[in-house]
Design a protein around this ligand. Sequence first.
Ligand code: 13P
Length: 249
Amino acid sequence: MRRPLLAGNWKMYKTAAETAAFFEKFRPLVERSDHCDIVICPPFPNLAAAVEAARGSRIEIGGQDLFWEREGAYTGEVSGPMLAAIGCRWVIIGHSERRQYFGETDGTVLKKTIAALEAGLNPIVCVGERLEEREAGQTEEVLRAQYRDGLSGLSAEQLRRVTIAYEPVWAIGTGRTATPEVAAEAHRFLREQVAAQHGREAAASLRILYGGSVKPDNIRGLMAQPEIDGALVGGASLDPVSFAAIVNF
Ligand code: 13P
């Protein structure tokens, strides 16, 4: 049985003060939510404030990206050991916005995933097709390539600590959610890739999250799909009441 995971990706929103204010409202709303894992990924400058504000709760904190080297002359970058040292347990890797605006590729995703694992972090690796790819009937081809080049280089042991987030690019920030059936179909396809490489058991234990316009009013339908193990939530995770409603689906 896979334990649900509800993760908030705050993208480039909130200051440290706004982070503290969020947790003050959010914590009591999820105090008894032990049916799932809860993760929040704020921007780098607010990680310390988030770790502090989440202390003593079940909420865990993650980064939104990392660089694959441990340290060095890489201006502007942050490493896995740095995230772990500040109290992060998780890190998002290969988000479509990073692929679109910052040149991330499946190759960098693999390097970052390995670096995250080496730092003891749990990677949430994002995959998903763009609108024109879906419309051209290329969804499976895109997902197959993203798995092959971004994840198949991991051993079964490494993959066991990875969570995949299926985020169709056309559903991110657009208000256009994939239907639960469409999302589940993609999740099933991804799980088959894992099964083909590492066997049924590895595939059955892998958590696959859905991301893209998840809101309090569509989370239940998504979570009703046995293939969907949780959500990676953008906009709706910024508000404590709405993210708590999602966590408490
Ligand atoms: P929205 O929930 O705002 O569509 O963003 C989804 C996302 O990109 C989460 O990583």
